[in-house]
Design a protein around this ligand. Structure first.
Ligand code: BJ8
Length: 425
């Protein structure tokens, strides 16, 4: 890793504490990713991005700020990045996925808060993540109660705008979300001093759609019987999508897909024929949360799809590019974003339909429904997920986990038993 200490010091980070994180990440990355056999050559790009995760992209964001640009940090896939890029600003994901940040969050949040929220708050307050230092403004949203309260705490430390996400999907809720997107545009314009015109917004809609298309292309390749790429590698790419430069990310992901196309033609697979195909559903897996993928894929199965925000919920459905006025573009954005099926909505039957459809498309043998500890939304919705899968005859295993490694042994036992059951079916 290049030496970015000076940059981190200038960001006001706790560099000594941050060193502890830097000390463990390379080992974890090597264990999970570099130990895999027959990885596509094009994974080199993503390896490089992660190896310098707190260096390369933060340095680019700082360069952007030096030229007068702003950086917005987001925590949810409902927040439309298109608005940010249309104002010549940059959006970057901020969700924390490491146990390293959790104790910092627990200093101000109840212990029975989900680890994603605790890690995100801890990363900011402990000053151990450059992205959390660089972002000029954080954008929260009213998805779950834990996040709503966390925004109140974070807003004492950093400028923070909260988007009021409706919790139902009636026509009036979609209109309300379009209005909220307009309000967001006004906030972004004021903060950046840059006007968002219909032309600029059309450009950024295409920019983000292109990223979605590249991810969809990558996911479609996993539908092949011969699996050209592991679930671990696709998870890493999905995680990087949240903060990498969108143009470069799209190019590199399409380049990877070209290589995978060739693999499919040549009948190359990263797993032996007959390996059981698993889909994960549930709460997001923020970087560097690689625990479950690693366990599943070192227990004899392959992950072929993630019905998650670090997965299909991030890229499915495009924004209509044909609109030429801001009013129509807000509505087109609202319609696309309200097709995401997060458990914070009620009812949320669309998510069950998605899971059933994805299970068919990706020819999955079984589903693991994942819940981050203390997420009531996805935990409760697990009831419907399990019921629907049982009715459809798809084996399902429900698990709850956090960011610690303390349950890794137990998870491995349960997941191995599940895979064995699939093997014997
Ligand atoms: S669209 S899943 S990114 S809200 S896991 S913090 S819900 S208690 S992350 Fe999410 Fe947007 Fe929904 Fe996706 Fe709360 Fe649950 Fe924690 Fe969650």
């Amino acid at each position: 890793m290049a030496d970015y200490r000076k940059m981190w010091e200038e960001l006001g980070m706790d560099v000594d504490l941050h060193d502890q994180l830097c000390a463990v990440l390379p080992q974890a990355f090597g264990d999970v990713f570099l130990s895999q056999e027959n990885r596509p050559d094009s994974m080199d790009y993503y390896n490089m991005v992660v190896a310098d995760i707190h260096g390369i992209r933060p340095a680019e964001l700082i360069e952007h700020q030096k030229k007068g640009g702003k950086v917005f940090g987001t925590f949810c896939v409902y927040v439309p990045d298109e608005i940010v890029f249309a104002a010549d600003a940059i959006a970057t994901g901020l969700c924390g996925g490491s146990q390293f940040w959790v104790p910092g969050g627990e200093k101000v949040l109840p212990a029975n808060t989900c680890p994603l929220i605790k890690a995100s708050v801890g990363a900011r307050l402990d000053r151990t993540c450059p992205f959390f230092r660089i972002a000029d403004m954080f954008i929260g949203e009213t998805t779950c109660d834990g996040k709503k309260k966390a925004w109140e705490i974070l807003s004492k430390d950093v400028p923070l705008h909260v988007m009021d996400l409706p919790q139902m999907k009636r026509a009036k809720d979609i209109r309300a979300w379009a209005e909220e997107i307009e309000t967001f545009k006004n906030v972004v314009e004021k903060f950046t001093g840059n006007e968002v015109t219909a032309e600029k917004l059309a450009e950024s809609i295409t920019l983000i759609n292109n990223k979605r298309k590249a991810l969809e292309r990558l996911y479609n390749l996993r539908k092949n019987e011969n699996l050209p790429i592991s679930g671990c590698d696709v998870l890493l790419i999905s995680q990087i999508a949240f903060y990498d430069d969108p143009v470069r990310f799209t190019q590199m992901t399409n380049k990877l897909c070209d290589e995978l196309d060739q693999r499919v033609k040549d009948g190359v697979s990263v797993v032996p024929a007959g390996t059981k195909r698993i889909m994960l559903t549930g709460t997001p897996l923020a970087i560097p949360n690689w625990k479950l993928h690693n366990i599943v894929e070192t227990s004899g199965a392959a992950i072929v799809c993630e019905e998650m925000c670090t997965g299909t919920r991030y890229f499915e459905n495009l924004v209509d590019e044909s609109k030429t006025t801001l009013e129509d573009q807000y509505m087109a954005l609202a319609e696309r974003y309200m097709k995401i099926n997060c458990a914070c909505f009620t009812p949320n039957e669309g998510r069950i339909d998605d899971i059933l459809r994805l299970a068919r498309e990706y020819k999955v043998d079984g589903i693991i429904d994942v819940n981050l500890k203390f997420c009531n939304l996805y935990d409760t919705e697990g009831y419907f997920v399990e019921k629907a899968m049982k009715e459809a005859g798809i084996p399902v295993l429900g698990i709850e986990t956090d960011y610690t490694d303390s349950d890794a042994g137990q998870l491995r036992t349960r997941i191995s038993a599940f895979i064995e059951m699939l093997d014997n079916k």
